[in-house]
Design a protein around this ligand. Sequence first.
Ligand SMILES: [Zn+2]
Length: 467
Amino acid sequence: MFRIFLLLILVFTGLSCSTQRNLDFSTTIRFEYSHVGHAWEEKVVPDRWVTEGPWPGPEDLSDSLAGHALYRAELKIMNSGTVLYATEFNSIFGEYKTTQDGLDSVVQIFRESVRFPKPVVSADLVLSVWNDSLGIFHPMLSLRVPDSGLVPFSPPVRQVGRDFFLSGEPQGKVDVLILGDGYTEADTAKFFNDAGRLSGHLFNTEPFLSMKDRFNLRAAMIPSETEGIPDPVNQKWAQGPLGFTYNFFNSDRYILSSDPGMIMNLAASYPWDVLLVLVNSRKYGGGGIYNLYAVSASDNEQSPYVFIHEFGHSFAGLGDEYYTSQIAYVVKAGPEPREPNLSSLPGGRPKWESLLSPGVRIPTPWNQSGYDSAMVEIQKKRRELTASGAPVSEMEALFRHEKQLTRFFLSPDSLMGITGAFEGGGYLAKGVYRPEIDCIMFSRNRPAFCKVCESEIRKRIEKLSRN
Ligand SMILES: [Zn+2]
């Protein structure tokens, strides 16, 4: 038994050492490419290889993959099959595939980037897409990483940055970088104030609160010529340097940028594992894509909630647990969702079996019909306010009213703190289940993650940091 144990230690140590010998952590490489196609066909077109500063992530492969994502990038020695580095991520293209245009085979192009430590041996970058029906990753591109002709990143001419708090060297900590879009030079102090205020809410929420010493927090912005970002529904077209806009995929509150070039160039001046973006606006909105970035409007009454909710998507690959709001995607019941906090109960049990409350009934009964009927009115009013471009204050008042109206259904004493399987989640009222009656990924009511979401975030923090 002891010999086997010793052998295992040697095998794992050997792998780890050889991996480290094959990577040069003083340089990060960013591969930029275009992702082209639609729901039924997609391909990747290479653009260029860029070099950045030292690799800020963990040095070894103990950052094993969580298995939540649609795409995977691997740095591989092809003749031996040795994987030097691997990461998983979702992308805007991946979301496009679920929109009506994507399903109607309308071809679109989105620019994307993937970063990894520089290999010192001949290695290929392999990009793969998850195939739901086969349950495997399918390679889309395999390309030798060049050892010459790489372009050094060019920092923006005008940028300002600040360290909020540093707990240690980048490779041993989760490096969060907050970027600003739509802030003019005169808004510089406001940007750092917004970043401090909203990150304060994040680090007052578990598990970030008790694991704060595993984080470094920095913020940076490029001054914008004009204030704010495009808001097509209200015919506002001011464009910030990072390319963020409201109404992405024709969903008014959805804020994204499909121009990673400027985002990554600004970010490359700082060590970062995760990006959070603040857009200088009071109008409600945000977005978050796993291992890409999270974005939130800065000044809405609900901004603290949106900031944390979107971070849940981008940091831990959590899914939306809500199902009553209008969305940009076409959603149909399918196989077990990839997200760790959603389940269709295959075999009658959820994937978070180990976290279930003792003796809880599966599915767990709750007053879904009462909640749904309250939300019908709220969502009708919300659509009217959105379509008419009503003042922000009216939408904020509606959200306060919603909280009052739904409190009764979402916080009954008998179900608080119970981890079970509550029907309704992942944009579907039926057939998809969430772990608790309420969570930051479900509603704006409760300022805490459910136990399953919290546990996933904890795991991700542990993967990206050493204590
Ligand atoms: Zn949750």
